[in-house]
Ligand binder design. Structure first.
Ligand code: NDP
Ligand code: DXP
Ligand code: MN
Length: 400
């Protein structure tokens, strides 16, 4: 089933009342929130696969706490450490990229894709091909792979549930059965920590300032993307991939309080919004329970306390990443893959002190200008484009 049909399927996908789940990227921000929800409902879930890149100690701790079937560490050099950490537990251990992909091919009821970056694409495809319910947080996989993930979801009968707060919001209020009555999707954006900064001030911001998101507690890469607003650019492409709505009908609106997570406007003028406190456990809980709603004691929204909700247009001069993402989408073919890969390299460059904050978008723009826009007709083409774009981004960064 594709995402467009997912809303119509109302039969809970459980095995004897217990949902068997796997979490890819369990040691990250989304992964930890997912396990937090699962810990609160031990009678509803049984954990099969947990994975990390290099954080052996947290992965081993999680695997023991949840009696996982298999723990996979992507960094092969950490295999022995993980093996000894889990000795005597009866938990299977594996390492490396191929092991990660094989683990994603294990059939369970529900999978969380919470690896950050294009590194999550191959496991995402393997998971989708099992035909299970797939909760997808990994927006980069959707951006860089064109229609492949959605196409395979359809082909293999998987149900794709968006985890990203904006897309989860839209999923909750979008009437898939009357899609031609939809006039606009409105993606809200907090504007990040530099919403009120001048370009001159943005030139010299530090890593710590950029990591300090005003509303959300997230991993480093997405926090920097929020600060450049590339996150909204990626989310714009993510929305085009996920929802059967043309790109011209998708707007971005800055809403600094992050209370309205996104909106859908219908042709009769009705605007439906999903709201909530900025806590990722709410959208994750929605996907964990889907099609039922589980109870979750998240902080409740207190609008009187919030006081006012404000909105403004994004400033594309101070936040060119939004323009770059739109241009990449309209250029099509390999351009979104280049956008994503060069952004990943540039964000890493900023986090490691190699380039300044404003250089992130400059590197991406230069890569988009220099890279050829070519057809990507297979997963191998996507990987090759991703590899070449990273190489190009490193070359561009070295010249700054
Ligand atoms: N955090 C949030 O609130 C939100 C996140 N998202 C999206 O969800 C995804 C995850 O974000 P977030 O949880 O913040 O990220 P984190 O950086 O906190 O966690 C990333 C996870 O992926 C693992 N990982 C990193 N690199 C690799 C690799 N090369 N191979 C395999 N595993 C890897 C990490 O392992 P290790 O711990 O060992 O490094 C960790 O488990 C991103 O795509 C993000 O855009 C979307 C909406 C909200
Ligand atoms: C929680 C979530 O979904 C993030 O993607 C969030 O949207 C980031 O906030 P920005 O709106 O600042 O990008
Ligand atoms: Mn988001």
């Amino acid at each position: 089933m594709s995402i467009s049909a997912a809303a119509a399927d109302t039969s809970p996908k459980t095995t004897a009342g217990l949902r068997h789940v796997s979490i890819f990227g369990s040691t990250g921000s989304v992964g930890v929130s997912t396990l937090d929800l699962i810990a609160g409902a031990p009678d509803k879930f049984s954990v099969d696969v947990l994975t990390a890149n290099e954080n052996v100690s947290l992965l081993a701790e999680q695997a023991r706490q949840f009696s996982a079937g298999l723990a996979v560490i992507a960094d092969e050099s950490k295999y022995a450490e993980l093996k000894s950490s889990l000795a005597g537990s009866g938990i299977e251990v594996a390492a490396g990229r191929d092991a990660l992909i094989a683990a994603a091919g294990r059939k369970v009821d529900w999978v969380m894709l919470a690896i950050v970056g294009a590194a999550g694409l191959a496991p995402a495809l393997a998971a989708v091909r099992t035909g299970s319910i797939i909760a997808i947080a990994n927006k980069e996989a959707l951006v860089c792979s064109g229609d492949l993930v959605l196409g395979d979801a359809k082909k293999y009968g998987a149900t794709l549930l968006p985890v990203d707060s904006e897309h989860n919001a839209i999923f909750q209020v979008l009437d898939f059965d009357q899609i031609d009555t939809v006039e606009r999707l409105i993606l809200t954006a907090s504007g990040g920590p530099f919403l009120d900064f001048t370009l001159d001030q943005m030139k010299s911001v530090t890593r710590e300032q950029a990591l300090a998101h005003p509303n959300w507690d997230m991993g480093a890469k997405i926090s920097i993307d929020s600060a450049t607003m590339m996150n909204k650019g990626l989310e714009y492409i993510e929305a085009v991939r996920l929802f059967p709505v043309s790109p011209e009908k998708i707007d971005i609106l800055v809403h600094p309080q992050s209370v309205i997570h996104s909106m859908v406007e219908y042709r009769d003028g009705s605007v439906l919004a999903q709201m909530g406190a900025p806590d990722m456990r709410t959208p994750i809980s929605y996907t964990l329970g889907w099609p039922e709603r589980h109870s979750f004691p998240a902080e409740r929204l207190d609008l009187a306390k919030t006081g006012s909700l404000t909105f403004l247009e994004p400033d594309l001069l101070r936040f060119p990443a939004i323009r770059l993402a739109r241009e990449a989408l309209f250029a099509g073919k390999s351009a979104p893959t280049t956008l994503n890969a060069s952004n990943e390299v540039a964000v890493h460059g900023f986090l490691t002190g190699a380039i300044g904050f404003l250089d992130i978008a400059a590197v991406v723009e230069e890569c988009l200008n220099r890279a050829q826009v070519v057809d990507l007709s297979s997963i191998e083409d996507i990987f090759e484009c991703d590899r070449q774009s990273r190489e190009l981004a490193r070359t561009v960064m070295a010249s700054i």
